[in-house]
Design a protein around this ligand. Structure first.
Ligand SMILES: Cc1cc2nc3c(=O)[nH]c(=O)nc-3n(C[C@H](O)[C@H](O)[C@H](O)COP(=O)(O)O)c2cc1C
Length: 166
């Protein structure tokens, strides 16, 4: 499975083909337990996960065009590809931001100059809803949360000309 994920991440597009993404696949129980201590309290559902993928990069690894820094954008592509592949394999892949970056970097030995951007939590589907989930999260398990109207996010030909005015 690790090679599956690694290969789809490898083919993601990146600015000047810089490939700024780096990953640590963590599945050793002892190491997972250490990482669980870095999670924010509402992320305690993760304690049932069988693998956490640490996703990190360095702003210097990728294009910066004035203030447009592409390392996060390009690494996001690689993450999305891994999520799609996990879904294809029948697994659940969930990215998170709720963790203590400094603590997690120390546990994993990630050098100071790197940004630990996310963990992708990998697990199996379960027919039982985890009781530690908040009411909102339980709802989200049954039905994906609402999306903004298309007219709020799409503009046609110029800013402010949205779908409603077509
Ligand atoms: C950058 C990012 C950070 C996220 N952080 C968390 C998190 O810390 N904990 C969590 O339970 N979900 C987290 N999520 C999941 C989002 O809450 C979820 O994708 C969103 O509510 C939409 O739900 P859906 O993906 O089921 O459609 C994160 C998603 C992204 C893209």
């Amino acid at each position: 499975m690790i090679f599956d994920f690694a290969h789809v991440a490898q083919i993601a597009p990146s600015c000047s083909n810089n490939q700024p993404w780096r990953f640590i696949f963590v599945y050793k129980e002892e190491q997972l337990r250490k990482l669980f201590t870095t999670l924010t309290p509402h992320n305690n559902w993760i304690e049932k996960a069988s693998m956490m993928i640490a996703v990190f990069s360095n702003p210097k690894f990728d294009c910066a065009i004035k203030e447009r820094q592409y390392y996060l954008f390009d690494t996001g592509f690689a993450v999305a590809f891994i999520m799609l592949r996990a879904t294809e394999l029948g697994l659940v892949a969930h990215p998170i931001a709720g963790f203590n970056e400094e603590q997690a970097k120390q546990i994993l030995g990630i050098p100071e100059e790197m940004r630990l951007i996310t963990f992708i939590i990998i697990g199996k589907h379960s027919s039982k809803i985890n009781p530690v989930l908040s009411e909102n999260m339980k709802l989200g398990e049954k039905q994906r949360p609402p999306r903004k109207e298309l007219s709020k996010i799409i503009h046609i030909n110029e800013y402010g000309n949205n779908l409603e005015s077509q």
